[in-house]
Design a protein around this ligand. Sequence first.
Ligand SMILES: Cc1ncc(COP(=O)(O)O)c(C=O)c1O
Ligand SMILES: N[C@@H](CCOP(=O)(O)O)C(=O)O
Length: 464
Amino acid sequence: MRYRSTRGDTRARNFSDILLAGLADDGGLYMPESWPQFTPDEWRSLRGLPYADLAARVIAPFTEGAIDFATLLRLCTEAYADFDHPAVAPLVEIENGLFSLELFHGPTLAFKDMAMQLLGKLFEHVLTERGERVTIVGATSGDTGSAAIEAFRGSRHLSVAILHPRGRTSDVQRRQMTTVKEDNILNIAVEGTFDDCQDLVKAMFADKPFREEVRLSAVNSINWARIAAQIPYYVRAALTLGAPDRAVSFAVPTGNFGNVLAAWAASKMGLPIHRLFIGSNRNDILTRFLDCNDMSVRGVEPSLSPSMDIQVSSNFERLLFELLDRDSEACARIMTQFRATGRMDVPPTAWDRARAVFSGLHLSDEQTLDEMRELYRNSHYLADPHTAIGIAAARRGHEQGVPMVAAATAHPAKFPDAVIKATGIHPPLPEKLADLFKRAERFEILPNDLKVVESAVRTHLRLG
Ligand SMILES: Cc1ncc(COP(=O)(O)O)c(C=O)c1O
Ligand SMILES: N[C@@H](CCOP(=O)(O)O)C(=O)O
């Protein structure tokens, strides 16, 4: 499989190249040159496989020509060995025909582990094979950061710098990142929002001398490997509920648009998906887009679901590229204009195509608390605020006869304040994190300034 950029860079590369590169040189995102297709019989043959085996088979077409299947299978087996549920990503029926797909049974209690545990193994494999070193720089609103730190801590092949928006994550999320002791990890609390952190990461990639000097790499969902590793759980859920012989719908709480994009990618591979529902908080740019083609950036506002306090949803570019029939010139033009004006002019035909598959629902904090309360009262299901938004979107879109799966993206113990407020219950942290609030924290507080942040990354590299 070869990859090309959404903005036109056609120097096709293989999976290992784009894994290490993260973002294309022209600022675009890598996309597979074509969509692998599975026939109904091929889907059926995946039913009942252990999660790691299924994941390897679904991901294999994307790594073809770069990583052999036996190696991929070994890496998947290692990646999912320590999840705390035998099914890795279990399905729980919370109402008739409405299921929660629990993606938080990995080490850091959020769906990010589902991809990041595998990315940790893939980076080690490719860097060892090539004898190279990279510096990973990532932006986080709370969950990507801890998942990346957990997956890469202690590696001899790379350093990791994670930028989080100061004071805008939950205390549990922050401590999961800042209490890690390994010297290859640097935590930076940026005076700004998640979008500022994400902009800093993209600006570091655009700064060619810096990018080459530190050999920059990315593990946010701008890296295609993240999306590829998030496809298998949609496949597993759909097969469990009757696919490919009947279609299934998914509802996904959405911020950077990576998770729901993985579901959409599964449909491009031939998995019968009826509709995709996006849930958001008051940072509702995506639901505004779906409602009235208004893709305009407003300031990022804090909410009870801080991991989705995002306005610029990076992965939307991948969908746009496809909606424009892969016209990379048009895609580059629209993205450049979006960057300059904060407003994206999506052609009406592309908007119609998006609405043929996606619907959106946004919830205020009050509505989120109501949803969490009702879920607990009626179904005895304790949901974190992000998951609750996904379930609300699922309920809104649930059609008779079409199973509906809501992605449960975080463990409630990551957001205890919201859970207590809604239900009165304090969800305990699992045993492995029981002493989290006793551990010492280590992080730098820096202004939202590219040169200052780059200098901190350089210094860390010298000392680390
Ligand atoms: C708990 C949680 N739910 C939902 C999301 C949104 O996912 P995505 O950014 O892939 O749209 C995030 C952050 O990415 C998250 O951490
Ligand atoms: N909610 C995310 C934001 C970054 O998302 P990513 O999937 O692009 O890494 C977070 O928790 O950091």
